[in-house]
Write a protein that binds this ligand. Structure first.
Ligand SMILES: [Zn+2]
Length: 399
């Protein structure tokens, strides 16, 4: 059994209420954390720290659980920098650019796609992300969706089949046929590599009847449900997610009071049936759109997560610290709420109890900041504050 002691922690975010006070973050001060075989084995005062094979001196800095980025589209080829520039010059975002990426992705080799996922996952890791969900959705053929998920599964346990991202051009005038294909041969080819199924339920993508049919097919073969909904305008997606027991409904930018109430009604004590509202402020930033009203959701008791939505069109950032800064500055979340949403909230959105918190038995996925407090993540936007990242207790390489 190998052991590692992270010693001299000035502020530890445990996300374990009752662990020592400090609100939902369960802050503890002047502690050490022992890792054994990749798991947290002990947390206690520095002076009581047990001996270990190796030691990392945190130097009085803050230590947090690794970020859980529960929404990312990393399997793609090409970029859309020109489209971004046009948008910044005044063109509206419609989601139509997804088809540009579909063409480039279909033309790419497996190794090209794999290299992009590896690069982005490394980039995210250096910014503190230790768990990332990865979606398909730029293949949109049976073979291309299956290979996207096969490649995604090389990098994460949380793979999501998003064959219903948009209707591809070759099916533009017969969307019913495309939905039939998604539910039939595409799902059959994708399911062995997927934990989740997702649909982009939005005007211009999939309507609520198509979304319900596709998600039900996924559930029938054992996939968990998540949903892109209410991003570009109001719609029935959030209610559909709650109806189907989705782990998360993502975007949630345009909500009615009934949508908020429906989400709040799922916030159970044990979290096992909660539908999380995952907010993706990188998308609003990159499309120059109004941000979701996080304050309204939080005040209603909804469980909120933050994620990057990393994708080449509407949010090409892998940075959870950037999303935290946006959430605090633009969405009126407190720094503590934003940090919780980026760690424990993401874990809830993936229905995982082993990550997003630091307590005995949890995975030793954590980051040491170059700062004395979690507050600095929002207080010092754009600054590389992540000094070191451990995943399963193993220090990750710096570039
Ligand atoms: Zn997305």
């Amino acid at each position: 059994m190998s052991s590692l002691l992270v010693d001299n922690i000035g502020e530890l975010v445990t996300n374990t209420p009752g662990a020592g006070g400090g609100g939902p973050l369960g802050l503890r001060r002047h502690v050490a954390l022992l890792v054994e075989d990749g798991l947290v084995a002990w947390i206690g005062p520095t002076r009581d720290a047990p001996a270990a094979d190796r030691r990392i001196d945190a130097g009085g800095a803050a230590v947090l659980p690794g970020f859980v980025d529960s929404h990312a589209h990393l399997v793609f080829a090409g970029d859309r920098a020109v489209e971004f520039a046009a948008r910044m010059a005044g063109e509206p975002y419609t989601g139509g650019g997804i088809r540009t990426t579909v063409g480039a992705t279909r033309a790419a080799s497996d190794d090209e796609l794999r290299a992009t996922v590896r690069r982005l996952r490394g980039e995210a890791m250096r910014q503190g992300t230790t768990t990332v969900e990865i979606k398909s959705g730029y293949g949109l053929t049976v073979a291309d969706e299956a290979r996207s998920l096969r490649i995604a599964a090389e990098f994460t346990e949380d793979t999501t089949f998003l064959g219903a991202h948009v209707v591809p051009a070759e099916y533009a005038d017969r969307p019913d046929d495309y939905v039939g294909m998604v539910c039939g041969p595409m799902l059959a080819a994708a399911a062995p590599y997927a934990r989740w199924i997702d649909v982009f339920c939005e005007r211009g993508a999939f309507d609520v009847d198509h979304a319900r049919a596709i998600l039900a097919c996924g559930q029938a073969v054992g996939l968990g449900v998540r949903l892109h909904a209410n991003q570009l305008g109001p719609g029935p997606g959030v209610q559909l997610g709650v109806e189907l027991g989705a782990a998360s409904v993502d975007h949630c930018t345009h909500l009615t009071d009934a949508d908020v109430d429906a989400l709040a009604s799922t916030a159970a004590e044990d979290g096992g049936t909660t539908t999380v509202a995952t907010l993706l402020p990188g998308a609003e930033f990159s499309t120059r759109s109004p941000y979701p009203d996080a304050r309204r959701l939080l005040d209603a008791g909804v469980t909120v997560a933050l994620a990057t939505d990393c994708n080449p069109g509407s949010s090409y950032t892998s940075s959870m610290p950037f999303c935290i800064a946006l959430a605090v500055r633009e969405m009126r979340m407190t720094p503590a709420e934003a940090v919780w949403a980026a760690t424990a909230g993401g874990a809830a959105a993936l229905r995982r109890a082993d990550v997003g918190r630091l307590a005995r038995g949890a995975r030793a996925d954590l980051m040491i900041l170059d700062a004395p407090s979690h507050l600095h993540l929002a207080y010092r936007p754009g600054v590389p504050l992540i000094r070191q990242v451990l995943r399963n207790g193993v220090p990750q390489c710096r570039p």
